[in-house]
Design a protein around this ligand. Structure first.
Ligand code: NAP
Length: 863
């Protein structure tokens, strides 16, 4: 097939595109459909992008080809048949050539042309581009469709340029192919490219030495004909299958499991792993357990089962050990699919050099020197990877408003809005840019979504007489933070991976792709448009407009909990009787993770004013005595017990190294105000008097509580001060009820949809206290005198109806001269921090609480 499309470059176009791979081709198709004049540039002399350059032996996709294909045109789908489950590079390249021909795209592509510089001209509101051969053109919109893994990394090995033999890079493989027959060959690198090519190079080479810095997890691809199940699903309902892919976690329809590695029986664990192993699909092995991406124990179960498989294949025990990854969680570096990779190391002419024990000293003219050994080679293959995601974008000299370059703006890591645009670079779009799902997903699905979003955006702008678009700094900062929040609840940041930029010396260590899922991401992109281009500043003949804001403020795991609860359609608690609400809470509590192990747990009772009060004591494993915490559970004075806050109390005990005494108290409506207060104060007096017997350090008593329990803790501190004792060293108030005023703004902004509702708070107050009693300071401690109270740690949550009264209490305490550490839990709800081992993003806040409490002993801490 002749390569065409090297015609003249017009001086002005509507849209200039960099790249003619999967992204650039589809973009050209859509732009043409819109009637925009568009031109694409590619350094290569044909279409294909990644599939043009990566021609090394064994190169294949690692997403099933049934799914690794465009879905925008049913006609295209019906006239192309994939021959294998994972197609080879030549077949995928042939597919992309077919696409270019079918839609006559080459006429708008300039091959062999690199864009070397792009600068925004604010006066003309156009981008001015320069090409490698000195040509110039201008465009209204500039789109980098340049791929995430298109800039090969230069090998950072001493003497890399000195070798006189043949040198090959997997990412820039000769078109005519390479014959290694009879040669001594070195392969440096054991990522996907190395793992795919090593078995085939071994078939030809006389001797093959593999230099491995980090072993990789890999599972057998079990290549063959395309999966009959996927083909059948497509044949039955093509459109439904594609739509399911668009709304899936990774861009391939897959069933999500709720089987946790922590709780599943051994037989279930094994079976699930074996099924995934046999499927030969990455999303299968990445989804053996629901919690393997976030919980190290669960993750290690999968990792160990893979290591068992490796040891079962590789005959030499030392080689097997060296091939087993042990120092990063499974999945946090991109896992690989292979065909006989581990088996290759059983061949007599194949040797593994573990660079961690035997580092390369230098590459020489004749080969590779290691300490005490020189290995001669005729050929060296570098499978050393790419400057991923940001590399291809900053390698072009892109200059935005105020003369700031993209490279300079991203010095400390990429900053984007939705991975689609970046502030200060108007009308500049990225296809699958950093902070979008991209490399963590089926690329083709993500590419189609981005191209559709960009072209839909241009269509809307044209319809509304607008011609300039740029994200706001606020929206961008919010997205960057949300990306970080998503990554932080996973194990990904623990690996030195290219996802983290860790493979390129000097590159900032920042998690690059969006890990919240294709489905969640698509929802965010759609919402931005539905909300009138939320977070974008637009301008044009129609005049300027901006609906500024942040698209995702809630912590990602909290959002998942809320989604799950919404899907269960649970009845609102305030519609139940108190007895039914208590029973309901017990059912919910029974299904949650238990929280951490503590040294000892004792259930006992202490004397209260109207009978014994049950308490549960948690003792740290370390030798006592320990600081002491008297704790009161939440539940609106109506519900809860020493069981309901059990995981939180365990966590508090472990993190603070304190004996925690969680005291039950009488509940309303059976025992209304001030019964709970009387019980709480009596309990604190008893605990203080019995501190030594409980294993506490006398004089180091903190009174703590969550929600209504926080109310009781705050009130108890006021009562103790007024009664002249007992001595309380500190108060820990977690989302406390401090006032009966339900008119505060957080009751309207957070009054619905965040578990604790305004209606439920009203129900609690109605059960607890008469109207006249509610303004009493021992019901609403904010109305009391605050001077002379013990130092306080006050925690408020951004999406809690109680936020404002908690904030007000912290401020009022500080104004009264009480040392206060006020922790604002960003993106959290009323129940976030007590959902131990469910809401992972709560853990750093609980760590901060523990650190703040330590600061109360013996000195105090001011915020
Ligand atoms: P890679 O995953 O970054 O692997 C590069 C390998 O080279 C790693 O083993 C790395 O070790 C090693 N290395 C780098 N610099 C080195 C040095 N100075 N000395 C010794 N070893 C060095 O790159 P890749 O294999 O090209 O794959 C990149 C990504 O492209 C993949 O993760 C995947 O997303 C995609 N890909 C997909 C397929 C497919 O199946 N469809 C095929 C190829 C690539 P460290 O791990 O210690 O850094």
């Amino acid at each position: 097939m002749a390569v065409s499309g090297s015609g003249d470059v017009p001086a002005e176009v509507d849209v200039a595109v960099v790249g003619a791979g999967f992204s650039g081709l589809y973009l050209l198709y859509r732009l043409r459909e819109l009637g925009l004049e568009a031109i694409a540039f590619d350094e290569a002399d044909d279409v294909g992008g990644t599939w043009y350059w990566n021609r090394y032996p064994g190169a294949r996709c690692d997403v099933p080809t049934t799914d690794y294909a465009y879905s925008f045109d049913p006609g295209l789908e019906s006239d192309w048949t994939w021959s294998e489950k994972y197609a080879t590079q030549p077949e995928i390249l042939a597919y992309l050539r077919h696409v270019a021909d079918r839609y006559d795209l080459r006429r708008d592509i300039r091959f062999g042309t690199r864009i070397t510089a792009a600068a925004w001209d604010e006066t003309a509101r156009r981008w001015r581009l320069r090409t490698g051969d000195g040509g110039e053109l201008s465009c209204r919109y500039y789109v980098m469709a340049s791929g995430c893994l298109s800039l090969p990394k230069t090998p950072d090995i001493e003497g890399a340029g000195r070798f006189r033999g043949d040198v090959y890079f997997t990412g820039r493989w000769p078109h005519e192919g390479v014959d290694f027959t009879g040669k001594r060959v070195a392969v440096v690198g054991t990522g996907s490219s190395g793992i795919q090519s090593i078995p085939l190079i071994a078939r030809q080479a006389a001797a093959l030495t593999v230099f491995q810095r980090t072993p990789n997890f890999s599972i057998p691809a079990r290549n063959g004909p395309p999966s009959p199940d996927r083909l059948a699903a497509l044949a039955t309902d093509r459109a439904g299958y594609r739509e399911a892919a668009r709304w899936s976690r990774g861009g391939v329809p897959s069933e999500l499991t709720d089987v946790s590695g922590l709780t599943a029986p051994e037989a279930v664990r094994r079976q699930r792993f074996e099924d995934a192993w046999q499927s030969g699909e990455l999303f299968g092995i990445l989804g053996v357990f629901s919690d393997q991406a976030v919980n190290l124990v669960s993750n290690d179960l999968v990792a160990e089962m893979i290591r068992e498989k490796i040891r079962g294949v590789v005959s030499d025990a030392d080689t097997a050990d060296a091939l087993c990854p042990t120092d990063y969680p499974f999945g946090t570096k991109r896992p690989c699919l292979d065909s006989s990779y581990f088996e290759t190391f059983n061949l007599p002419h194949v040797r593994l050099v573990d660079l961690r024990t035997t580092p390369i000293v230098a590459i020489t003219e004749a080969g590779i020197d290691m300490a005490g050994e020189s290995l001669p080679f005729e050929a060296i293959v570098f499978a050393t990877g790419f400057d991923a995601m940001t590399g291809p974008l900053v390698s072009v000299n892109v200059t935005g408003t105020g003369g700031v370059t993209l490279e300079r703006k991203w010095e400390r890591g990429p900053e984007t809005y939705l991975g689609l645009m970046t502030a200060g670079f108007p009308n500049f779009f990225m296809v699958t840019g950093p902070q979008s799902p991209s490399v963590l997903s089926n690329m083709v699905v993500s590419i189609e979504q981005h191209v559709d979003w960009i072209t839909d955006c241009l269509r809307r702008m044209r319809a509304e007489n607008l011609d300039r678009i740029e994200p706001t700094p606020l929206a961008e900062a919010g997205w960057v933070r949300h990306n970080q929040d998503c990554a932080d609840i996973t194990l990904y940041p623990r690996a030195n991976s290219w996802y983290m930029g860790a493979n390129v010396p000097g590159k900032p260590r920042v998690f690059l792709p969006y890990v919240g899922g294709v489905d969640a991401y698509r929802r965010a992109c759609d919402e931005v448009i539905e909300k009138g281009f939320l977070g974008f500043r637009l301008d044009g003949p129609a005049g300027p407009r901006c609906n500024d804001g942040v698209i995702r403020r809630i912590q990602p795991d909290v959002a998942m909990v809320l989604d799950l609860m919404a899907s269960l359609g649970l009845p609102p608690m305030e519609t139940m009787s108190a007895a039914d609400a208590r029973a309901f809470l017990e059912v919910i509590d029974a299904s949650r993770p238990p929280g951490p192990e503590v040294g000892e747990i004792i259930d006992a009772a202490l004397p209260g004013p109207a009978g014994d009060l049950a308490y549960r004591l948690y003792r740290p494993p370390s030798q006592g005595p320990h600081p002491l915490i008297a704790y009161f559970h939440g539940g609106g004075w109506v519900l809860g017990s020493q069981d309901s806050d059990d995981p939180f109390c365990r966590d508090l005990c472990v993190r603070t190294g304190s004996v925690v005494v969680s005291v039950n108290y009488r509940h309303a409506p059976e025992d209304r105000f001030p019964a709970a207060v009387d019980d709480a104060f009596a309990a604190v007096r008893w605990i203080a008097a019995n501190a030594a017997g409980l294993g506490g350090i006398p004089g180091q008593l903190t009174v703590a509580g969550w929600s209504a329990g926080g109310n009781l803790a705050a009130v108890t501190c006021q009562l103790a001060r007024d009664a002249g004792g007992p001595d309380i060293a500190g108060q820990l108030l977690l989302h406390p009820v401090t006032d009966c005023d339900l008119g505060r703004p957080s009751y309207s902004s957070n009054g619905e949809g965040f578990v604790l509702t305004a209606a439920l708070m009203r129900w609690f107050w109605d059960h607890y206290a008469d109207e006249a009693d509610r303004v009493n300071p021992i019901a609403s401690p904010l109305r009391g005198t605050l001077a002379g109270l013990p130092p306080a740690v006050v925690i408020t949550a951004e999406f809690d109806p109680l936020r404002d009264e908690g904030d007000a209490y912290a401020e009022a305490l500080a104004a009264a001269g009480v040392p206060v550490r006020h922790i604002r839990a960003r993106g959290h709800i009323h129940t976030s921090l007590t959902m131990v081992d469910v809401v992972i993003s709560g853990a750093p806040v609980r760590a901060e609480i523990a650190e703040a409490l330590a600061g109360l002993r013996p000195a105090t801490v001011l915020s």
